[in-house]
Structures are given as structure tokens and as C-alpha cells.
Design a protein around this ligand. Structure first.
Ligand code: AMP
Length: 215
């Protein structure tokens, strides 16, 4: 199964992706997570990506496509995957279509998570992420707090606020979303695999998606 999750920053893509991963035994491919890991490891890709990421801008399409091509060729992707945060631009979507055609693969679902902007803003500023790269569990200090303040329930590591979750970076990320990523909704609108779901409550959103996928 191959799924694309669309939605503004803070729409809940990461949370929903993790729920779908558990249900269907497929892998989550988050270009944001892959890039953050590369930055932490100080790789060439990480060095190039860091300046874009810290200011809330998009990393160039060519870097992203190299990451995707390499990632989907790994054996753990054989059963399927969920793209979380990719594609982010029309050129990325066009390149993805070419890549899938080359590999004889199809997109089974393109899911747009819909959330009002005030909800997105509140979510982004209240988000805390597990600092353990192998875990990266997501919390919300209001709606999904950890049992112990600042500590991950799952692995006991420290919870942190991401560098790109300052108010200024969030403003730029949202502007970038409206300018570059929202046009993807029109691009995919008439694709049979496309559907939209409201994304206010994670469990309700997940249930609606599962019902729609019929599997
Ligand atoms: P995310 O965790 O998906 O919000 O991604 C964090 C940051 O990584 C974004 O603000 C971008 O700078 C960069 N990024 C992640 N995915 C992409 C993508 N598909 N295209 C371009 N930049 C990306």
C-alpha cells in the first residue's frame, strides 16, 4: 500500500502516519525526519538542508528526490509506505509520478488532512518531540501531555521543541505551505485516490481514513 499524506504543518500528518503504520505494517517515510537526522549527523545533505530548515523554507527538490529514491528502494518498503511531508511542491509530485511509473508502482491513497489555521498555530507552538532519533514520539502540552513533564512516555528521553517551531519560523512555514504545497490539492483533486478528511481528533481522523481505505 502506498499512501501520500497531505496537509499544512501541524495538520497531524506525523501522528496519523504512525497510527497507519501500526495498523497496516507499512513504513512511514517522513522527509522532515530524514533531513533532521542528516543535520544531526552532519552529512553533506544535512549541511545543505540545515539553513533552509531552520528558517522554515523548503529544501531544494533535487535533494528531496534523491532522498526519496534511495529510501523507497530499501527492503523495509516492500510491503508499502506512507509519505509524510512529501511531496511538498508540484515539481516533486511530477518527479514522484515519473519514479512510480519507472518502478511500476501505484499510489493507493492521497489523503488531505484538513484543519483550520488557528488550530494549526496552537498545535505547532504546543508540540514537543522526543529527542531520541529512534523514537521521535510527538506530544502536545495541552491535548496529549506526557505522563512526566518533559520526558517521553515511550523511551524516557527528553522532550524538545523543534528549532523550526519558533513563532517566526512557523509563520514562514505556513506561508511556504500556502504558496508551494497547497497547489498540490488542485494537482491531485481529480485523482481517484484523492480524498480529504477533517483532522481535529486523531482517533476520529484515523477511523475515517481506515473506513475509506476499505482494508
Ligand atoms: P516537516 O517535519 O515535514 O515539517 O519538515 C521540516 C522541514 O524540512 C521543512 O520545513 C522543510 O524545510 C524541510 N522539508 C521536509 N520535507 C520536505 C520536502 N518534501 N520538500 C522540501 N523541504 C522539505
Amino acid at each position: 500500500m502506498h499512501i501520500i499524506l497531505l496537509g499544512a504543518p501541524g495538520a497531524g500528518k506525523g501522528t496519523i502516519a504512525k497510527m497507519l503504520v501500526e495498523k497496516y505494517g507499512i513504513v512511514q517515510i517522513s522527509t522532515g525526519d530524514i533531513l533532521r537526522q542528516a543535520v544531526k549527523e552532519g552529512t553533506e545533505v544535512g549541511k545543505k538542508a540545515a539553513e533552509y530548515m531552520n528558517t522554515g523554507k523548503l529544501v531544494p527538490d533535487s535533494i528531496i528526490m534523491d532522498i526519496i529514491e534511495e529510501r523507497i528502494a530499501k527492503p523495509d518498503c516492500a510491503k508499502g509506505f506512507i509519505f509524510d511531508g512529501f511531496p511538498r511542491t508540484i515539481p516533486q509530485a511530477e518527479e514522484l509520478a515519473k519514479l512510480f511509473a519507472k518502478k511500476n508502482m501505484a499510489i493507493d491513497a492521497i489523503i488531505n488532512l484538513e484543519v483550520p489555521e488557528d488550530v494549526v498555530l496552537r498545535r505547532l507552538t504546543s508540540r514537543r518531540t522526543c529527542s531520541n532519533p529512534g523514537c521521535q514520539a510527538i506530544y502536545n502540552i495541552y491535548t496529549m501531555p506526557p505522563k512526566k513533564d518533559g520526558i517521553c512516555d515511550k523511551c524516557g528521553s527528553k522532550l524538545v521543541q523543534r528549532d523550526d517551531e519558533t513563532e517566526e519560523a512557523i509563520r514562514v512555514r505556513l506561508e511556504t505551505y500556502y504558496e508551494k504545497t497547497q497547489p498540490l490539492i488542485d494537482y491531485y483533486q481529480h485523482n481517484n485516490a484523492y480524498f480529504a478528511v477533517p483532522s481535529l481528533d486523531a482517533q476520529e481522523t484515523f477511523d475515517a481514513i481506515v473506513q475509506r481505505l476499505h482494508v
